[in-house]
Write a protein that binds this ligand. Structure first.
Ligand code: AMP
Length: 542
């Protein structure tokens, strides 16, 4: 027997329609790419998104067509985002930090028909435009006064283009499983892979993000997503914030510590989200200038492991750090480290131990750890295994890749190695390809990196496995020092000694001027392994 409830498809544009109807006057503030701070509201964003849909329809864009955005976090980006999805076209967010050739590859693979870009990225697109036959027009997200001279095909300033519509347009409904958005993973090996979100998966994911133990915001709060819209829907915030009526503050192109601090402070931001490097820059700026953020309550941090020292720094400021783990393939939320019973009152080092885990999943994410043969491993907080996930916002296939990516129970292998404890708290120890196997035992590079960045002179640390004649592999610690700091190999090792098992201690420390990162801000271990290919440990007798 079927239930007798309404058939109300879960469509992304219903979120902005709800925001306009119920939280219409709520502000969306942007540091515009052109410079000034621009204020708009959910109602205006909704109305302009309808205009975007109308012009796209006039330009021949139909259900299922791909429209790319290469843009910073701005209100205009949010308007085109909902305008594209509102007609069943697919909003393809392209990461501008990729190499131009990768951008070209991705646009060709997606067969994007229109590219919407900020002025910042016009020069990159001009370099690759002749390799992008599917693109019929470029819409530059600016007004005529700032429109650059460009030979991009049919280029038009966004404000001129959108003004061609009067807004007398209605969004249609369609099947909630229709594709809404796509995002390519920034894989360090092989071709990037397209993750194709559906309207249903995005709406359900927004509901997962909305709980107090998730992103933790509500209608009375102000959220500043430093995490870009092109990094897995800014971790769902582009859907979650309007669905709750949370005020949004967009940082545009300026993501340095001083600029982010200024917006957090002047807009009295209560919640913010970004990768550890962003918070490192913010904390350094605040310490150097003796600054405070009395309104800030929650800092969501993910994308890479949040160092213990950073968690402590936020707690000392009276800010709740919320360590999160996820991936593009998961829309992206997987787990978040909220303190739940019996840990709710834990403070000090014991509290840090929990806050430092990657957390537990909200309803809608199932997880398990298995051995290489696929056998389930115990949730004892000690046993490492391959982390696998399932849920309505987890990918079941990649776009235009004919390969089965789920196991026989329908779980997706994340490529991460993790432990899970009896309360469901998950702890990532490594990417499976980064884990170090020393004498047959695993060493967690993340744990070592985390510990090393706790040293006051260390800006960033990366650990890679290097060949060792006796143990197969041993850890090499690669360190970038903070500016003006000078500390020896011995001092760093002494700092780590006693805080981890003896046999986990790095065999050597190498100092570098900079640690390479991927386009989503993760340490690029493939480049480090290449850089240290010829390296041999001084103590490794053959
Ligand atoms: P992406 O799809 O670019 O978001 O990358 C997802 C991957 O980033 C995950 O599979 C993890 O390897 C890594 N990652 C994300 N969040 C964390 C975290 N909190 N701690 C450690 N690794 C993380």
């Amino acid at each position: 027997m079927l239930g007798l409830m309404q058939d109300w498809p879960l469509l992304c544009h219903r979120i902005i329609a709800h925001a306009a109807a119920i939280h219409g006057a709520q502000e969306v503030v942007t540091r515009s790419v052109e410079g000034p701070i621009v204020r708009t509201t959910y109602r205006q964003i909704h109305d302009r998104a309808l205009q975007v849909s109308q012009v796209l329809t006039r330009d021949g864009i139909k259900l299922g067509d791909r429209v790319a955005t290469i843009a910073w976090n701005t209100a205009r980006h949010l308007e085109v985002w909902y305008g594209i999805m509102g007609i069943g076209a697919i909003c393809h967010t392209v990461n501008p930090r990729l190499f131009p050739d990768q951008i070209a590859w991705i646009i060709n693979h997606a067969q994007d028909r229109i590219v919407m870009t900020d002025i910042t990225f016009v020069p990159i697109l001009e370099k690759i435009a002749d390799k992008l036959p599917s693109v019929e027009r470029y819409v530059v997200l600016t007004e005529r006064a700032h429109m650059p001279e460009t030979h991009l095909k049919n280029a038009v300033a966004y404000e001129d283009w959108v003004a061609e519509a009067d807004g007398d347009f209605r969004w249609k409904t369609f099947d909630e499983n229709t594709a809404a958005a796509m995002c390519y993973t920034s894989g360090t090996t092989g071709d990037p892979k397209g993750v194709l979100y559906s309207h249903r998966s995005n709406v359900l994911h927004a509901l997962m993000a909305n709980t107090g133990d998730s992103l933790g915001a509500n209608a009375a709060d102000t959220m500043l997503p430093v995490v870009p819209l092109f990094h897995a829907n800014s971790w769902g915030i582009a859907f979650s914030a309007p669905s709750m009526g949370t005020k949004l503050v967009f940082p545009g192109a300026k993501l340095d510590g001083a600029s982010v601090y200024e917006l957090l402070s002047t807009e009295k931001v209560t919640h913010t989200a970004g990768v550890p490097t962003v918070w490192l820059m913010l904390l350094q700026h605040m310490t150097a200038n003796n600054l405070k953020l009395p309104h800030l309550r929650t800092v969501v941090c993910g994308g890479s492991a949040m160092p213990r020292s950073m968690i402590k720094a936020f707690l000392d400021m009276g800010v709740r750090p919320r360590h999160a783990w996820g991936m593009t393939e998961m829309s992206p939320i997987g787990t978040l480290a909220a303190l739940k019973p019996p840990f709710a009152e834990l403070a000090g080092e014991a509290g840090l131990d929990i806050l430092q885990t990657q957390g537990y999943p909200p309803f809608g994410v199932e997880m398990k750890i298995t051995d290489d043969a696929g056998k389930d491993l115990p949730w004892d907080g000690k046993t490492f295994g391959r982390l696998k996930v399932a849920g309505p916002a987890v990918a079941k296939a990649y776009y235009r890749v004919d390969a089965d990516i789920l196991d026989e129970d329908g779980f997706f292998d994340t490529g991460d190695v993790a432990t899970i404890d009896a309360h469901g708290y998950m702890r990532i120890t490594d990417r499976s390809k980064d884990v170090i196997k020393s004498g047959g035992e695993w060493i967690s590079t993340i744990d070592l990196e985390n510990l090393a960045v706790g040293h006051p002179a260390v800006a960033e640390a990366a650990v890679i496995g290097v060949y060792h004649p006796k143990w197969d592999e041993r850890p090499l610690l690669i360190v970038q020092l903070k500016q003006g700091q000078n500390v020896s190999r011995e001092e760093i090792l002494k700092f780590m000694d006693g805080k981890i098992a003896k046999w986990w201690m790095p065999d050597d420390v190498a100092f570098v001027d900079g640690i390479p990162h991927t386009a989503t801000g993760k340490i690029l271990k493939t480049a480090l392994r290449e850089q240290f290919r010829e390296y041999r440990f001084p103590n490794a007798a053959a």
